[in-house]
Design a protein around this ligand. Structure first.
Ligand code: IPM
Ligand code: MG
Length: 360
């Protein structure tokens, strides 16, 4: 029996995770994969119920699970909390404590969505890249961190630390080269080598690691240039390897190449069970209104099948169903435009995907 920890979280998290779970249940039955789902509380929902964003029961559930399906965390209700007690801390602790250092964010334009993006068709057509974001280092976790008195006695000073070790860079670089080997064999490592010491080590270690992968074409790019090239010529990218904060920012930017941030799934892999979540946030403004696009969560469920359960045909079945439902013209508000497309809600998208998988 395979146990999937289900962590809906806040905002639109519960409604999109419900659709992804529906799809997993269906695919599990169809392919004879015995799955059990165990729900845990996390984020703001957990703060409200037990005062902490990652209660011990949720941690134990995740730690013992085969994979984790995650919704989203955060919202205005918890905005005044200090960073170490906010809903997001629940997610960050899971990533760090489970050793999930490799975050895969595939950016693929489904052809029917070529006009959904605010970017021109000729720029985004056939975009197919993957942002590989280092997930347990950098500014998110570096010490020292915090707010204290300014050394000159005037006001306060805030500190975040951007640190990386050789070992942390090497292991993510290896994953990057391995992923590139399965794709178009091109890896772009993104840094800020002209300013940051951490980037100097990053570039050196990535270059050294490249010698183990002679078939892969490696290039380096400064992060500011990369943010421009992603819009200017996104087809030039295959795998984009970068540190935690740069990856956070670049993947939101790259999401628009796929039409909407509501289309982008992710897999966080490493030592512990894989964690699968859409890259978007909790979108409190549309929560509970059946407006959220569940496709990022559903495509994350496909990644769960692929990377944690090693069930490629189940993953491919989900992805093919997403293509067919989009081809048939069904759209949530984030990807809808006036014209022949049919505007549908969150739950209906889940039902359409299940129906489409059943038909094959
Ligand atoms: C993401 C999110 C998270 C991050 C937040 C919710 C902490 O923006 O997964 O991209 O910054 O990593
Ligand atoms: Mg983000």
């Amino acid at each position: 029996m395979t146990t999937i920890a289900v962590l809906p979280g806040d905002g639109v998290g519960p409604e999109i995770v419900l659709e992804a779970t529906k799809v997993l249940q269906h695919v599990g039955a169809l392919f004879g994969i015995p799955l059990t789902f165990e729900e845990g509380i996390v984020g703001g929902a957990a703060i409200d119920r037990c005062g902490t964003p990652l209660p011990p029961e949720t941690w134990s559930l995740c730690h013992a699970a085969d994979a984790i399906l995650f919704g989203a965390v955060g919202g205005p209700k918890w905005d005044s909390l200090p960073v170490d007690r906010r809903p997001e801390r629940g997610l960050l602790t899971l990533r760090k404590e489970l050793g999930l250092y490799a975050n895969l964010r595939p950016v693929r334009l489904f052809p029917p969505l070529v006009d959904a993006s605010p970017l021109k068709r000729e720029i985004i057509e056939e975009v197919d890249l993957l942002v590989l974001r280092e997930l347990t280092g950098g500014l998110y976790f570096g010490e020292p961190k915090g707010i204290g008195p300014a050394p000159d006695g005037k006001g306060e000073r805030a500190i975040d630390t951007l640190s990386y070790t050789t070992q942390e860079i090497e292991r993510i670089a290896r994953i990057g080269f391995q992923i590139a080997a399965q794709r178009r064999k091109r890896l772009t490592s993104v840094d800020k080598v002209n300013v940051l010491a951490s980037s100097q080590l990053w570039r050196r270690v990535v270059t050294e690691t490249a010698t183990e992968f002679p078939d892969i074409e490696l290039d380096h790019m400064l992060v500011d240039n990369c943010s421009m090239q992603l819009i200017r010529n996104p087809r030039r990218f295959d795998v984009v390897l970068t540190e935690n904060t740069f990856g956070d920012i670049l993947s939101d930017e790259a999401a628009m190449l796929a039409g909407s941030i509501g289309m982008l799934p992710s897999a966080s892999l490493g030592d512990g069970p894989g964690l699968y979540e859409p890259i978007h946030g909790s979108a409190p403004d549309i929560a509970g209104q059946d407006k959220a696009n569940p496709l990022a969560a559903i495509l994350s469920a496909a990644m769960l099948m692929r990377y944690s359960l090693h069930h490629e045909s189940a993953a491919a079945a989900i992805e093919a169903a997403v293509s067919r439902v989009l081809e048939a013209g069904y759209r949530t508000p984030d990807i809808w435009q006036p014209g022949p497309a049919v505007l549908v809600g969150t739950a209906q998208v889940g039902d359409l995907i299940v129906e489409s998988i059943a038909k094959g």
